[in-house]
Design a protein around this ligand. Structure first.
Ligand code: KG4
Ligand code: ZN
Length: 350
């Protein structure tokens, strides 16, 4: 079964073609990072307008990459992200998918973006003959710009949320801390780069303690970084302040980045290790944009007793390959949704 996946929930417009929830034939992502970089974050109205401009060319490019031409006969179904995400952005993807499903008479499957991140781990890397798909019970650490949660899957659609963030998502904390110390958006990759030059023990930032040990909280950590920067600079500009970052030296920026990154990543690794000891999963996967972090991968591999297969980094940040892959498993389990009934669900939860 060959599925066209469509994703537009935030600031990437993406289309991909995946066969049988495993074989990736095309993966096209048009990112808006250069547009939003000027504002230090995503501007929803700008994002929606930019999706409209590129969504059809992105879908055509994915079809051409997969089949050599735009060939609808080779597509068995369409999967589209209908939530969670920015309303205006989600609307462009879902309306496009609905229209194409109607025009080309294809079954349509709306899917959850956050769950989709987990399915990046079901895509076969093209250079690995010995690779195996994850097995159940499966422990998933989902860490992105909008979400931080630990989920235990007994089966594809039978899962339990062990814990989630009570305030900011971890990726959001990376983005905000980057802004405080004057590093470019998105914060994750720029903090990882600066951290490689810094001392991860230069500053001792706090780790939040939660009543449920699998819940997360990152807003205190972000505030601790801000307070520390204010005390280093001897000024208390309110957040966000470009003036504050300009007072830091390059080595202070690197040390703060490294110390923040260590605490943020240790927090999620501590909880993943604890859950892995308690629930004894067959596989552990990490998912979402922060899962692209090399530092997270190193730390986790060192701490867990089992081998982890990491998804390709470009499949961790937003893409449509994960949406097409999840769409395949949804299609095995349920009927397609009539196109006129596919609505956006900006606050959809797992
Ligand atoms: O999954 P994603 O592309 O979008 C959401 O669904 O939110 O995640 C984007 C997030 C951003 O906050 C970005 O800073 C973070 O993923 N990220 C990273 C890294 N690469 C991207 N965080 C830490 N280290 C990285 N290398
Ligand atoms: Zn995402």
């Amino acid at each position: 079964m060959t599925i066209l996946g469509i994703e537009s929930s935030c600031d990437e417009t993406a289309a991909a073609i995946v066969e049988d929830g495993r074989l990736l034939h095309a993966n096209v992502v048009a990112t808006q990072i250069d547009i939003h970089e000027q504002y230090g974050g995503v501007v929803p109205e700008v994002a929606a307008r930019s999706h409209i401009e590129v969504i059809l060319p992105v879908i055509e490019e994915a079809m051409t990459k997969a089949f050599g031409t735009v060939d609808w006969y080779k597509i068995d179904a369409i999967a589209v992200t209908n939530g969670p995400g920015l309303s205006g952005s989600l609307l462009i993807g879902t309306l496009t998918a609905r229209t194409l499903a109607e025009l080309k008479s294809k079954p349509l499957y709306p899917v959850n973006h956050v769950l989709g991140h987990v399915y990046a781990n079901y895509i076969q890397p093209d250079d690995r003959g010995d690779w195996k798909q994850p097995e159940f019970p499966l422990l998933a650490l989902i860490v992105s710009g909008g979400h931080s949660q630990l989920v235990l899957f007994e089966d594809h659609f039978n899962y339990r949320l062990l814990g989630r963030t009570q305030d900011d998502a971890i990726g959001e904390a990376f983005d905000k801390v980057a802004k405080i110390i004057g590093l470019p958006y998105p914060g994750g990759p720029s903090i990882e780069k600066a951290a490689a030059e810094g001392d991860a023990y230069a500053f001792d930032f706090p780790k939040a303690r939660m009543p449920n040990p699998y819940d997360f909280s990152f807003s205190g950590l972000k505030t601790a970084v801000l307070r520390r920067v204010q005390s280093i600079c001897g000024k208390d500009f309110t957040f966000p302040s470009f003036e504050l970052a300009a007072l830091l030296s390059a080595s202070q920026v690197n040390d703060i980045a490294a110390s923040f990154q260590r605490i943020a990543l240790e927090t999620v690794v501590d909880k993943t290790e604890k859950a892995s000891q308690e629930f004894n999963p067959q596989s552990v996967v990490i998912a979402g944009g922060v899962a692209a972090s090399g530092a997270l991968r190193e730390m986790l591999s060192a701490r867990l007793p089992l081998d982890i297969e990491y998804a390709a980094r470009n499949l961790c940040t937003d893409n449509a390959a994960m949406i097409a892959t999840l769409g395949y498993y949804v299609a095995q389990n349920q009927e397609p949704t009539k196109q006129e009934l596919v609505e956006i669900l900006p606050n959809l939860k797992m």
